[in-house]
Design a protein around this ligand. Structure first.
Ligand code: 5GP
Ligand code: ZN
Length: 115
């Protein structure tokens, strides 16, 4: 795990978060600075800094993040109207926390192409 990693600390319950999903490999929680009426983030419990760290050994984790977000989107009533999932990688995408996380955003219209 990343010693000074914020999301590892949330996984280890050293920092509080409002948890919306948990299984053996994945934790989902409310984003502290929501950009939409629904804004949750899903992280692997294992520390991987960026999407560049996904490889043939661990790629199932990426599917787990997606599956967990689909489940929470359904619970939050977003399935029919729609929602967006995003993973930001490094500086051009605006990644700020260097522990892979998938954003689930919903409850409003989103622009395409994104800003
Ligand atoms: P990034 O820009 O790296 O893709 O997204 C990082 C996300 O983590 C941001 O949406 C930000 O609001 C969220 N975040 C940063 N610090 C905390 C925190 O301490 N708790 C929670 N729940 N979310 C955080
Ligand atoms: Zn971490």
């Amino acid at each position: 795990m990343g010693k000074d990693c914020l999301f590892c600390k949330i996984v280890n319950r050293e920092i509080p978060a409002e948890i919306v999903y948990e299984d053996e490999k994945v934790l989902g929680f409310e984003d502290i600075n929501p950009q939409a009426p629904v804004h949750c983030v899903f992280v692997p419990k294992e520390h991987i800094a960026t999407l560049n760290g996904i490889n043939t050994e661990n790629s199932a984790l990426a599917g787990e993040l997606v599956r967990a977000s689909v489940e929470v989107a359904e619970k939050k009533g977003l399935s029919e109207r729609g929602y967006r999932v995003t993973i930001n990688c490094n500086s051009d995408a605006g990644q700020e926390v260097f522990h892979i996380h998938l954003h689930l955003l919903g409850g409003r219209k989103f622009n395409w192409p994104p800003g």
